[in-house]
Write a protein of this length. Structure first.
Length: 343
């Protein structure tokens, strides 16, 4: 056995040596037509402009990036990636209409480009043109089914990857929710979880369910993952689990979930603030006004914009309306009392 292995190694080394010295013997001769790889001045300028544009964009100088990408397009309009880059810089300058027009111009030259289609859909969503965004996502998925998608990096991409499908179905679900197509939104949100079964997709799916009033289904979805992950469950998952419990009337278990969020070092400022607000709501509903007021006072101390119109109130997004209304009432009562005390 060992002699065979040594023989194999010997043959390998012999072949390697032969390849190294073969040119010296004249066995391997470069072809006559192999010339130097020389780029034209225009090609060099194009590459330089695109590189400059990307560097400016990374540095936050989108105005200069725009100039570079526009100059690149005067040299050639055959590269959809340049349209994509230019559209991004326009969007970063809040020029959404121009960004949309640029994505569309790129798609005229490359109608099956996955990046352009998806980014156009995102831009349309940002412009609140939800029906148009939905159409672009559906077009993207139809081309995926036909196996005809392309990208700059892979002209023969064909189909979307599993992680890409998870994100695209999630984005489509959000668009459909904005259009009031709740059944379609829940369906595509569920599909996103199938393609991306981890905690982030489950949390986002549960929020669609909560916002749609499907509280029992949201609770089942969240509870399964919370029990599976236990102490490793991320804070936003535990928070939404508490929200679903509160929506279903299990205020005691919900209170435990929100306290668990407050005890977690990974909980961000907004998550901690919203946990305190919901603990105030639970205390109010369980006839503990002193406890409720204590949480509101803490919130005011942590957030000097609590009584202003621009206060970040997550309750306005996907919380069950009864919880959101109670939270709003508690804040308004506190702010009215403070205003009266100051005057």
């Amino acid at each position: 056995m060992r002699s065979r292995l040594n023989s194999c190694r010997g043959h390998y080394l012999l072949a390697l040596v032969v390849l190294m010295i073969a040119p010296l013997w004249g066995c391997v001769v470069p072809p006559d037509d192999l010339g130097p790889n020389v780029y034209s001045a225009e090609e060099i300028e194009l590459v330089t402009l695109v590189r400059q544009g990307k560097e400016y964009a990374r540095a936050g100088r989108n105005d200069l990036a725009e100039v570079a990408f526009r100059r690149a397009l005067t040299l050639t309009d055959q590269y959809p990636s340049i349209y994509n880059d230019l559209a991004y810089t326009l969007a970063a300058q809040n020029r959404v209409r121009e960004s949309i027009a640029t994505f569309q111009a790129g798609l005229k030259r490359s109608p099956t480009d996955a990046d352009l289609l998806r980014n156009l859909a995102k831009a349309l969503f940002k412009a609140e043109r939800y029906e148009a965004a939905q159409a672009r996502y559906e077009e993207l998925l139809e081309i995926h089914v036909r196996g005809e998608l392309t990208t700059v990096d892979d002209p023969k991409k064909g189909i979307l990857s599993v992680p890409e499908l998870a994100e695209i179905f999630r984005e489509l679900a959000v668009v459909e929710f904005q259009l009031g197509l709740l059944d379609e939104a829940i369906c595509h949100s569920s599909t996103a979880v199938i393609f991306g079964p981890g905690a982030p997709q489950v949390v986002r799916h549960a929020r669609v369910l909560l916002a749609s009033g499907r509280y029992p289904l949201a609770l089942v979805t969240l509870k399964e993952l919370v029990l599976k992950l236990r102490d490793e469950a991320p804070s936003d998952l535990v928070f939404d689990y508490g929200l679903a419990l509160a929506a279903m009337g299990d205020l005691g278990t919900a209170e435990g979930a929100f306290n668990r969020v407050l005890a977690r070092p990974d909980a961000g400022e907004v998550l901690r603030r919203n946990s305190k607000l919901l603990l105030a709501v639970i205390a109010e509903r369980t006839q503990r006004p002193g406890v409720s007021e204590g949480f509101i006072v803490e919130l005011a101390a942590d957030n000097d914009r609590l009584c202003t119109a621009d206060s970040d109130r997550e309750a306005e997004r996907y919380w069950p309306i009864t919880l959101a209304d109670t939270a709003k009432k508690l804040i308004e009562e506190y702010c009215l009392h403070e205003h009266a005390a100051e005057s």
